[in-house]
Design a protein around this ligand. Structure first.
Ligand code: AHR
Length: 836
C-alpha cells in the first residue's frame, strides 16, 4: 500500500508506522504518522555485516509480521556477496543478532520477505543479471533452504513510500497497536535519557549546576551483613594489539627475524622489511629451516642491517644473546662478523661466527655493548663470496623477566606483575578469533621450537612471530601467580572480518561443519597439553619437552570473543562446549555476549542463550568501553543480575573522556564502578581493563593501561587504580551504606539540592586468609568529602594509600597517607584505600 493512501488516516485508531532505511549507512528507522505528516521516531537497528568502513550497510530493508505478531527483517548487505541479512524481533526494539544465510548466487539483491500460512517465510531476491531467486526460512528464521530460480511477478518488489523530512522514502507501512507503539517510544525515551546522563564529565564540573559548591558531609554505615565474593576480581587482559607482543612484552630485539613479513601483515611489507643493505637482499625458500618458516636470506660477501623495533635499545655492560640459523650453500665454511652499531654508525659491540655445516644449524654468541644506545642496529657481515642462508636471527637481553630464555621484557613484565593480577586472559580479543577463518588463532601453531612456530598476520595490522606463544603465556601466569585464561575462537572469526575470495565476510559462515570436529579436537588438545600427564599424552609430553613436566593446572577456558550471537555462532559454540564438558567436566568455560552492554542485540541473545543452556558455561564475558558519565550513572548494573545464572567476567572495559587517555577522571569513574563490582562480587567473578599495553607510535587503540617505548614504561592512573583494587582485595564483602548530606546553597529549596551519590563510592572487603580488612573510598566530587564512619573502628595508624588530582591530569602519584582522628577527609577528586 502506498503512503499517500494514508493521507486521511487521522481517524485511524491504530497508529501507522513506516519502517525504512534513510540511506545505506543509517540502519533501519521508524517513523510515525502524525497530524503533521510522517515524523521520524528513531533507529531500530543497523547492519552488523562485515568490516567497519567498507561494509556495515543496509540496502532495501523488507519487513513482515509473522502470525504471532513478531517481526522478520531481510536486507541487502552489498552487491558482491552471496548473502543477505536476516533478523528477528518480538517488538521492533530488540533484534536478534543478524544471520547471513549463504546462497548459491553471487549477489542477493533487494531481498523481500513474505509470511506463509504454515508459519514459514519466503524470501525472494535478484541477481545482478536480473534473475529472480527464492529461498524459504523456518518459523524461527534460523534455517534457510537452498535457493532456487523463481518466476514470481515484479509486484513482489513494490515498496510503500512516505515523505519524511521532505524526502520521499521507500519502505514498509504497518499498523501497530497503541501498546506496541508505546513500547517503541518508551525505548527511544529511555535511550535519550541514558544518553543525557552518560554525557556528564568531571572536567566540566565547574559549569555543572548540579555540583556542590561547599564541602560535602557523608556517613558510611557498616551494617555487619557479609557475603562471599570472588577472590579473582582483578586480572589482566593481554592482547597482541598496539605492538604489545612482538616489539613489546616479548623481549626479542630483532624485527622480522624470520624474513617472513608479507604485505598481508601490513601494506608494503615484505621479507626484507626492517632489514637494510647496500645491495638488494636475496631471499629464497629452497630447503628451508622449517616448512612453517620457509624464507631466509642468502649472504655472500654482503652486509645486512636490522633496525630492530624502532631501533634496538641496549645498555652498556649488559649481555645480549645473539643467535642465528645458518646453512652453508656453496662452501662448507663461512665466517660472519656481527656488530651492534650506534646512531653514528660506531661499533659498540662485536663478535664473529664461524659456520661449518651444509645443514641448518644454530650458532650463538654474546654481545656486550660498551655504550648505552637507545637506537642501536644489528649488523651482519658475510665474509668472502661463499653463499650461506641465514634465518631466525635473534638478539635477546640475557636479563629478561625471571631470566627466562625466550623471555619477556623485564621492566614491562615487572610492571604487570606489580598489579598482582589474579588471572591473565590471552592471547587477545579480536586477535584471537582473527580476520577471517584463515586467521583464527591456532594455539598449536605457537608452541614448540621457535623456527617451527607458524607466523601469521595480526588483525591489528602487523605480524605475529608467535615467539610469545602458549608456553610463554602459561609460564608467565605461573611466574606471577595468575590463573591462565586462554581465549580461543568459537569456530567463527571476528564478526568484522572482510569478505573472503567468495565474497563472504563477517563470520564468513563459520568453520565449515565438516571441519568442526578437527577444530574441537584442537581445543581439547590444548587442555591436554596444559594439564595432561607426559607419561600418557603426546601433548603433555610436548609441554614437558619444553621444560615444564608439571601440569599448568588450567581451570578456565574462554570460547569466543565479542561474536555475533547468531545461529552460526550458537551452533558451533554449543558443539565446542559439549565436547569440553564431556571430556573435561571441571574446566570452567567462559562464553561471550558480544561487544556491548545491555540492551544490545548480542548481549540480549547471548544472555538468553546462556540461560537456555545453563549446563554449557560457567561464566560469560561482557565488554563495554564507555564514557565516564556512563560508568558514574550505571553503578547498579550488576545489582539485579540473577545470582543463580552464569557468573560474569567483565573481560574488557575502560572509561574514557574526550582525550582518549586515562586520566584522574577516568580512573575515578572506574574506581566508583569497581566499588560496585566488589559489592556484586558474588555474581562478577573476574574483571580486566582493556587494552593493557600500547607502544608509542603504534597505537591501534586508546585509552590503554600502560604506555611504553623501547626505554620507558609509563603506567597511567588506570593502572594505579587497577593495582590498588588488586593488591587490596578480599574474598568477603561487608555491606555498607553511604549517605551524603549536601549543603544547600543559600536560598535553594530542598528539591534543588543535588544528588551526588553517583560521585561517591565505598567498599569494605576482608580477606579470610589474612584477616585483613580493606576500605576503599572514592570522592569524585569537586569538593572535599567529610566522612564519618559508623559501626566500624578504624585503628589509629591504619595504613592508607591514595591519590588525588584534577580530572584532566594524566599522571598520579600514589601516596601513603596518615589518618588523623575519627573523621576521614577526602580531598576533591580523590581515592583512598585503608588497610587494617
Ligand atoms: O581491546 C581491544 C579490542 O576491543 C579487542 O580486541 C576486542 O575484543 C574489542 O573489540
Amino acid at each position: 500500500m502506498a503512503a499517500s493512501l494514508f493521507a486521511g488516516a487521522q481517524e485511524a485508531v491504530s497508529p501507522q508506522v513506516f519502517i525504512y532505511a534513510p540511506n545505506e549507512r543509517a540502519g533501519l528507522h521508524i517513523a510515525q504518522l502524525a497530524d503533521n505528516g510522517w515524523q521520524e521516531i528513531g533507529q531500530l537497528c543497523s547492519s552488523d555485516y562485515g568490516t567497519w568502513g567498507q561494509e556495515k550497510r543496509m540496502y532495501h530493508p523488507s519487513l513482515c509480521r509473522a502470525q504471532d505478531g513478531t517481526w522478520r527483517l531481510v536486507f541487502q548487505i552489498n552487491d558482491k556477496s552471496p548473502m543477505f541479512a536476516a533478523a528477528y524481533s518480538k517488538d521492533l526494539v530488540t533484534w536478534r543478532p543478524q544471520d547471513y544465510p549463504i546462497m548459491t548466487s553471487r549477489q542477493c539483491l533487494n531481498p523481500v520477505v513474505f509470511p506463509n500460512p504454515d508459519g514459514s517465510f519466503d524470501i525472494y531476491f535478484k541477481t545482478k543479471g536480473g534473475d529472480k531467486r527464492w529461498t524459504s526460512a523456518t518459523t524461527d528464521f534460523r534455517r534457510f533452504a537452498p535457493d532456487r530460480a523463481s518466476q514470481i511477478s515484479e509486484d513482489a518488489w513494490l515498496r510503500d513510500t512516505a515523505t519524511i523530512a521532505g524526502k520521499l522514502m521507500e519502505g514498509c507501512l504497518f499498523e501497530l497497536t497503541p501498546a506496541e507503539l508505546q513500547t517503541v517510544t518508551n525505548h527511544f525515551q529511555r535511550q535519550a535519557a541514558d544518553r543525557k546522563i552518560s554525557q556528564e564529565r568531571m572536567y566540566e564540573d565547574a559549569r555543572n549546576p548540579n555540583m556542590p559548591h561547599l564541602p560535602v558531609s557523608a556517613t558510611l554505615t557498616v551494617t555487619g551483613q557479609e557475603k562471599s565474593i570472588s577472590d579473582k576480581l582483578i586480572g589482566i587482559f593481554f592482547e597482541d594489539i598496539s605492538y604489545a607482543a612482538d616489539g613489546g612484552l616479548y623481549a626479542e630485539l630483532i624485527q622480522n627475524r624470520d624474513f617472513e613479513y608479507i604485505p598481508k601483515d601490513h601494506r608494503g611489507w615484505n621479507a626484507t622489511t626492517a632489514w637494510d643493505s647496500r645491495k638488494p637482499i636475496v631471499v629464497v625458500a629452497v630447503d628451508p629451516l622449517s616448512e612453517n618458516n620457509p624464507h631466509y636470506a642468502v649472504l655472500g660477501n654482503d652486509t645486512i642491517i636490522n633496525e630492530g623495533w624502532d631501533g634496538i635499545a641496549v645498555k652498556a655492560g649488559d649481555r645480549y644473546d645473539f643467535s642465528m640459523f645458518v646453512r652453508n650453500i656453496t662452501s662448507d665454511k663461512k665466517q660472519f662478523i656481527v656488530q651492534l652499531i650506534d646512531e653514528d654508525n660506531r661499533v659498540i659491540a662485536k663478535t664473529d661466527l664461524k659456520t661449518q655445516n651444509k645443514d641448518w644449524q644454530q650458532y650463538s654468541a654474546v654481545l656486550t655493548p660498551r655504550e648505552t644506545c637507545p637506537r642501536a642496529r644489528l649488523v651482519i657481515i658475510g665474509l668472502k663470496d661463499a653463499k650461506a642462508g641465514i634465518d631466525m636471527v635473534s638478539l635477546f637481553p640475557q636479563e629478561t623477566f625471571m631470566n627466562r630464555k625466550n623471555g619477556l621484557r623485564k621492566d614491562l613484565a615487572e610492571t604487570i606483575a606489580a598489579l598482582h593480577p589474579k588471572f591473565i586472559r590471552f592471547p587477545g580479543g579480536c586477535m584471537s578469533h582473527g580476520q577471517g577463518l584463515e586467521n583464527i588463532y591456532h594455539w598449536n601453531h605457537t608452541v614448540g621450537p621457535l623456527q617451527d612456530r607458524k607466523p601469521d598476520f595480526n588483525i591489528w595490522g602487523y605480524h605475529q612471530t608467535r615467539g610469545l606463544g602458549f608456553f610463554e603465556y602459561f609460564q608467565f601466569c605461573e611466574d606471577i601467580g595468575a590463573e591462565p585464561l586462554p581465549v580461543l575462537a568459537a569456530g567463527v572469526p571476528c564478526q568484522n572480518s572482510s569478505n573472503n575470495r567468495d565474497g563472504i565476510g563477517g563470520q564468513q559462515g563459520g568453520i565449515p561443519m565438516d571441519q568442526m570436529p578437527a577444530y574441537i579436537q584442537e581445543l581439547l588438545d590444548m587442555i591436554e597439553w596444559a594439564n595432561g600427564d607426559p607419561a600418557t599424552s603426546k601433548w603433555a609430553r610436548m609441554r614437558a619437552d619444553a621444560g615444564h613436566p608439571a601440569p599448568f593446572n588450567l581451570k578456565y577456558i574462554g570460547i569466543g570473543n565479542e561474536d555475533i550471537i547468531g545461529t552460526v555462532y550458537e551452533e558451533r559454540y554449543e558443539m565446542i562446549c559439549r565436547a569440553i564438558r564431556a571430556k573435561y567436566p571441571d574446566i570452567r568455560i567462559c562464553g561471550t555476549v558480544g561487544p556491548f552492554h545491555t540492551p544490545s542485540a548480542d548481549y540480549t541473545e547471548g544472555w538468553d542463550f546462556t540461560k537456555r543452556h545453563p549446563d554449557l558455561q560457567y561464566m560469560v564475558d561482557e565488554h563495554y568501553y564507555e564514557s565516564t558519565g556512563w560508568f558514574m550513572h550505571h553503578r547498579d548494573y550488576y545489582d539485579h543480575y540473577d545470582r543463580n545464572a552464569a557468573k560474569v567476567y567483565l573481560g574488557e572495559y575502560a572509561a574514557s573522556t574526550q582525550t582518549k587517555r586515562p586520566n584522574m577522571e577516568t580512573a575515578l569513574a572506574e574506581a566508583l564502578y569497581l566499588t560496585d563490582i566488589e559489592r556484586n562480587g558474588d555474581v562478577v567473578e573476574m574483571t580486566s581493563y582493556a587494552p593493557m599495553l600500547a607502544k608509542d607510535d603504534h597505537h591501534n587503540w586508546d585509552p590503554d593501561m600502560i604506555y611504553f617505548s623501547n626505554t620507558e614504561v609509563r603506567p597511567t592512573p588506570a593502572y594505579e587504580m587497577q593495582r590498588l583494587f588488586s593488591v587490596y582485595s578480599g574474598d568477603c564483602y561487608v555491606k555498607t551504606v553511604l549517605k551524603a548530606q549536601v549543603e544547600r546553597e543559600p536560598g535553594a529549596s530542598a528539591d534543588q539540592t543535588p544528588d551526588v551519590s553517583h560521585r561517591l563510592g565505598a567498599s569494605l572487603v576482608h580477606d579470610s586468609k589474612t584477616g585483613k580488612k580493606y576500605l576503599k573510598l572514592v570522592n569524585a566530587l569537586p569538593q572535599p568529602l567529610i566522612l564519618t564512619v559508623d559501626g566500624l573502628t578504624i585503628p589509629e595508624g591504619a595504613r592508607c594509600e591514595g591519590f588525588e588530582g584534577r580530572p584532566e591530569e594524566q599522571t598520579v602519584e600514589v601516596k601513603s597517607i596518615v589518618l588523623e582522628g575519627k573523621t576521614l577527609r577526602l580531598p576533591p577528586y580523590s581515592f583512598r584505600v585503608i588497610e587494617f
